[in-house]
Design a protein around this ligand. Structure first.
Ligand SMILES: NC(=O)c1ccc[n+]([C@@H]2O[C@H](COP(=O)([O-])OP(=O)(O)OC[C@H]3O[C@@H](n4cnc5c(N)ncnc54)[C@H](OP(=O)(O)O)[C@@H]3O)[C@@H](O)[C@H]2O)c1
Length: 231
């Protein structure tokens, strides 16, 4: 789909850090933006008042999503595994069910998600994810397994999806569009660092990049040593 056909988009999880960067990039491109966030987080979008439409509510509520994605050409979804009530998979399912047929659907997650099992993780990374998953579930803060389930459903769908797998993130000024590879473990990704503003840029650019349809790119900052070395 060319940029000219991408007019109205929905950002699910608009009030978070990644979400707010995506709102900025989308407005810069002249898109009409509908943002979804929890009712208590609406004030976090005050800077965009009058420029975006906000649909308040839980992102895993099918009715909230149905209303928000109506008429949208693309949907950007922040998959967050918070809580222990299938928040990620509920959010993904609602988007898959209610976005209009043919809409571009772009989801965010981390490197720990694997599409084909061919990613190569360091022992440290795997142990870190396992420990974080157990601890987070123990204190009922997050359900990393549910983000895995969300992505399993997306990968199995015949929609025009992209799952963007983010490396470790940092704040800072944009360094431009991150580079990507199909598999974690590919040398270009070794630096494992991306600016959050550029993660958001990649998500928004993916809306109009048909080469990313049904791909799960793992990204890294374009000025990181590994990206520069393999340019
Ligand atoms: N953080 C990392 O190092 C990292 C690394 C790789 C990939 N990623 C991926 O990047 C994306 C954004 O992550 P982020 O860490 O940068 O966070 P973020 O952009 O701040 O997004 C967090 C999202 O989760 C929502 N949220 C927070 N607590 C919640 C709760 N208790 N119940 C429901 N929703 C809640 C936030 O909404 P409110 O505004 O309402 O709080 C926001 O939409 C995610 O898909 C993540 O998997 C992150």
């Amino acid at each position: 789909m060319g940029t000219d056909r991408m007019k109205k988009i929905c950002i699910v999880g608009a009030s978070g850090k990644l979400g707010q960067y995506m709102v900025r990039h989308a407005l810069e491109r002249g898109y009409e933006v509908v943002g979804v966030c929890r009712e208590s987080s609406v004030p976090k979008l005050a800077a965009f008042e009058g420029r975006i439409t906000v649909v308040p509510g839980p992102t895993n509520d099918p009715e909230v999503i149905r209303k928000a994605v109506a008429g949208c050409d693309g949907v950007l979804t922040v998959l967050a595994p918070w809580g222990v009530r299938q928040y990620s998979s509920g959010t993904a399912q609602a988007v898959l069910d209610h976005a209009r047929p043919g809409a571009r659907l772009v989801f965010s997650c981390g490197w720990h998600i694997t599409r084909d099992g061919k990613d190569k993780y360091s022992r440290l990374f795997t142990a870190g994810v396992r420990i974080a998953a157990v601890l987070a579930k123990l204190v009922r803060a997050a359900e990393i397994d549910d983000q895995v389930e969300a992505c399993r459903r997306i990968f199995a769908s015949d929609t025009r999806w992209t799952v963007v797998r983010g490396s470790s993130l940092e704040e800072g000024e944009s360094q431009g569009l991150p580079v990507w590879s199909r598999h974690v473990g590919d040398p270009v990704l070794a630096s494992n660092l991306t600016r959050r503003v550029d993660f958001a840029l990649f998500m928004v650019e993916a809306l109009t990049d048909d080469t990313l349809v049904q791909e799960a790119p793992a990204i890294v900052g374009r000025r990181t040593p590994s990206a520069v070395a393999h340019a």
